[in-house]
Design a protein around this ligand. Structure first.
Ligand SMILES: *Cc1c(COP(=O)(O)O)cnc(C)c1O
Length: 430
């Protein structure tokens, strides 16, 4: 299905109703522009899915997909929580105005300093990943004479149909307690026996950019079976079943994501069914969407510079960004669509790879792409770049990281400044 490409009366591509060429002129390029209404709409759809199912729930935005102070502020005001996976994210989330009680702290190798920071700042939930962390967190809590609400991260042994690097729920994953081998039961025993921990339930995150509901349903059922067995064995009833994130988005017109509201409903119904079958009290269902909250809301604006054409071999159209602001194509072959900002409906006139300015042959943003005619100075808008782009940005080749702009109600505001050359040497000592 082709997505709708909005244009204004001049035929220019618009983002949140604003002319993308004007945005490029005002803020420069490369710039990542977010349509805030789209972010809010996704959050509202997730909520609606749960509300319609009439279950207890908690939505936590997986902020590693895209974080900035303005984003945390937006999340806080949307009435949902957020995940953080490092001291740095925790710091930014608090600075951005998140209520610490609404934060979940994830990570497979949280340091003592990070756990201390989480405990000191009264983070709501710590998702405990491994035995080392059980001991470390116990030490930290004992020192501070505090307790923590925790969930146990489990590896349910389910392989989501996605890229190997973004699949996390299979048994051979670095994340979580393995379910099949008995590790998970041992972790439960240990944490239940320790009064410093209040075990709220279990967590699993099976992967990312998942289109099929089957993996989630399978994970939910498997976890419910284990919870039921644990109820018998340990007299433990989970209040929370956290099924993670991973809901797929549309990068190209080939992608057909399910509406997130429907996704939620299918998962909830599977848990309801299982809870009835096992006569297990219906747990609150928690989810942690990242990509699906911000991915399609973001657009990267680039300016075309040089080109190279080799007869019979191919063409390259180079833009002023690339792998430094979006490493996903180079890292795992991610695909995107792009439009010519001044005329998205212009006829296809070339097949060329849209490449960046970084000194790597792999610095290709879109490979062998059918595109309208381009000239130096044209603005290209690469679509659905809102997730895992800026947050993975680097200063490779000492290119500054791009600016970030939020567009809402017909207004644009800069929320992250473009880095300066000076910023890039700030920590250096001569
Ligand atoms: C990355 C991650 C998410 C979010 O995944 P998306 O694909 O961005 O929705 C949620 N939970 C955990 C534990 C994660 O690591």
């Amino acid at each position: 299905m082709k997505r709708e490409i909005p244009v204004n009366s001049e035929g220019h591509y618009t983002i949140g109703g604003l002319d993308s060429l004007e945005l490029a002129k005002e803020f420069g390029t490369p710039t990542i522009v977010y349509d805030v209404a789209k972010i809010k709409e996704q959050i509202a759809k997730f909520k609606a899915g749960f509300e319609e199912e009439n279950v207890k729930y908690h939505i936590s935005y997986a902020s590693k997909a895209f974080s900035s102070l303005a984003m945390y502020d937006l999340v806080a005001k949307s009435g949902i929580g957020s995940d953080v996976v490092s001291g740095g994210e925790l710091y930014a989330a608090l600075k951005g105005g998140m209520d610490p009680q609404e934060l979940e702290f994830h990570g497979n190798n949280k340091s003592r300093a990070e756990l201390e920071m989480a405990v000191d700042s009264n983070v709501g939930y710590i998702i405990v990943d491994n035995f080392y962390e059980i001991d470390l967190l116990n030490e930290v809590l004992t020192e501070k004479n505090k307790t923590a609400d925790i969930l146990l991260r489990l590896a349910p042994g389910i392989h989501a149909e996605t890229h190997e690097y973004i699949s996390t729920g299979q048994a051979k994953s670095k994340f979580g307690f393995d379910l099949q081998s008995g590790q998970a039961s041992e972790a439960l025993e240990k944490t239940l026996a320790n009064p410093r921990f209040k075990v709220l339930g279990v967590h699993s995150h099976i992967g990312s950019q998942i289109f099929a509901t089957a993996g989630f349903v399978e994970a939910a059922k498997k976890l419910m079976d284990f919870l039921s067995a644990w109820k018998e064995k340990y007299d433990f009833t989970a209040e929370v079943l956290n099924l993670g994130g991973g809901f797929g988005i549309r990068y190209t017109d080939q992608d057909e994501p399910l509406d997130v509201k429907d996704f939620v409903k299918i998962i909830v119904e599977a848990v309801k069914e299982k809870s009835k079958e096992l006569n297990y009290p219906m747990p609150a269902i928690w989810i942690e969407p990242g990509r699906s909250v911000v991915g399609e809301a973001g657009v990267s604006l680039y300016t075309v510079g040089s080109r190279k054409d080799v007869e019979g071999v191919g063409s390259f159209v180079a833009v002023d960004g690339g792998m430094g602001d979006n490493i996903r194509p180079a890292l795992y072959g991610a695909e995107y669509d792009a439009v010519l900002a001044k005329d998205p409906n212009a006829p296809i006139a070339q097949n060329a790879s849209i490449v960046g300015k970084y000194c790597e042959s792999g610095d290709i943003l879109i490979k062998d792409y059918d595109f309208p005619k381009t000239e130096p100075g044209d603005v290209i808008a690469m679509l659905s770049t809102g997730a895992y782009g800026y947050v993975m940005a680097s200063n490779y080749n000492r290119n500054p990281r791009p600016a970030i702009v939020f567009v809402e109600d017909g207004k644009a505001r800069l929320v992250v400044k473009r880095e300066s050359y000076e910023d890039m040497i700030r920590n250096e000592i001569l």
